[in-house]
Design a protein around this ligand. Structure first.
Ligand code: CP
Length: 393
């Protein structure tokens, strides 16, 4: 997370009755480096919002529908008059809709912009796009981009800083000397392989809710496995940063081509043997294989059935596939019913979506009682409400 000082108040007083919450920045770019106290600030505010509009467990299951309580009128005043722009230059279902719902629940106006139909199709850069949107008086931009570092690059431009220091493959010219007159928050909704901080926060919230840790958000004593394409995953990086900071033991599991040993420098353990660690796990977070982020263009040699660029038949430079086949991957690392049966009784199963059913996660496991997949999506709304309020409020 950027710790750039905010020109707005450094603390926010949320819904009536809540204590002011310390919050260091008007931006949220990453969880890495964010102290546990700051993580807890946003999670506690999410919990307060959840108590007002959250999903209610019903007999026979979990209801994702929100029953608006009397407190919801007060929520509408939280960001009344603010304007938030969703700038999504990469596909999204959950994050984009969730930010829109969250902003509207707090009374903000929302603008949605995607690369389709925008002037980016005429060659305008993401930085120029964001500067133009901010110049209209927008209070915050929520940005998703395929390039690692894109959100930080936009933040620098909006804060009037030089563009140096942007990481990864975001290939943008230097920003103009004149930033927008009005401060504008930047919230990272997923940038390349870097981070997806609100996904990390909602994953933490889901774990805390499942294990009765909503008072403290202390995850110590819990062992969390993240299985899959860790090297390509911004979700994994945010989960590792946030969960380790809050005390969890995190094990990244997958084949060496997808889970490099160097991931351990992030504070997690690395294993290539799912079956050996299964009985130790309290939480299993399953990720899809992100073919679109593999240099080979998603090279998979046969046994597929998984949509990916390599299956398009387009001529691409021949490179070694990062996994031998999706069938083989599924046999070794897929969470099947047989594997799920070996988990501890209380263990929960998570997936950030979208799921490739039958590859990394068996369909019946995804739909089972221990699956938290739709709860994650529901908690995502209150977590994003908290992030928006703390950054913009
Ligand atoms: N989890 C997640 O980021 O999903 P979307 O890509 O649909 O936003």
């Amino acid at each position: 997370m950027s710790l750039a000082p905010s020109s707005r108040a450094p603390s926010a007083t949320p819904v009536p009755g809540a204590a002011p919450i310390a919050w260091p920045s008007r931006h949220l770019l990453q969880l890495r480096g964010l102290p546990a106290d700051h993580l807890r600030s946003v999670l506690h505010l999410a919990r307060r919002y959840d108590e007002i509009v959250g999903p209610r467990p019903l007999a026979g299951g979990f209801s994702p529908s929100r029953v608006l309580s009397p407190g919801s009128a007060e929520l509408q005043r939280e960001l009344h008059g603010r304007v938030i722009a969703n700038l999504f230059f990469e596909d999204s279902t959950r994050t984009r809709v969730s930010f829109s719902v969250a902003a509207r629940r707090l009374g903000a106006d929302v603008i949605d912009l995607t690369s389709v139909g925008s002037s980016m199709n005429k060659g305008e850069t993401v930085v120029d796009t964001a500067l133009n949107i901010a110049a209209m008086g927008v209070d915050g931009v929520v940005i998703r981009h395929r390039s690692s570092g894109a959100a930080e690059m936009v933040r620098r431009a909006l804060d009037g800083e030089p563009a140096h220091g942007a990481r990864g493959d975001a290939d943008e010219p230097a920003p103009p000397a004149e930033p927008p007159a009005q401060a504008c928050s930047v919230i990272n909704a997923g940038d390349g392989r870097h981070e997806h901080p609100t996904q990390g926060l909602l994953d933490i919230y889901t774990v805390a809710a499942a294990f009765g840790r909503l008072e403290t958000f202390d995850l110590s004593g819990l062992t969390v496995a993240i299985i899959g394409d860790i090297g390509s995953s911004r979700v994994a990086r945010s989960d590792i940063a946030g969960m380790v900071a809050l005390g969890a033991r995190v094990i990244c599991i997958g084949p060496p081509g997808l889970v490099p040993a160097a991931m351990a420098t992030l504070g997690c353990e690395v294993s290539h043997d799912l079956d050996r660690v299964l009985p130790e796990l309290d939480v299993v977070n399953v990720l899809r294989i992100q073919f679109e982020r593999h240099d080979s263009g998603g090279g998979v040699s046969g046994g597929g059935g998984v949509p990916g660029p390599a299956s398009s038949g387009a001529a691409a430079p021949a490179k070694s596939p990062i996994i031998a086949s999706t069938r083989e991957y599924s046999e070794m690392y897929g969470l099947s019913s047989r594997r799920a049966a070996r988990l501890r009784k209380h263990a929960i199963i998570m997936h950030p979506g979208p799921i490739n059913r039958g590859v990394e996660l068996a369909s019946d496991v995804a739909d089972s009682q221990r699956s938290m997949v739709l709860r994650q999506v529901s908690y995502g709304v209150v977590v994003r409400m908290a992030v928006l309020k703390l950054c913009l409020g």
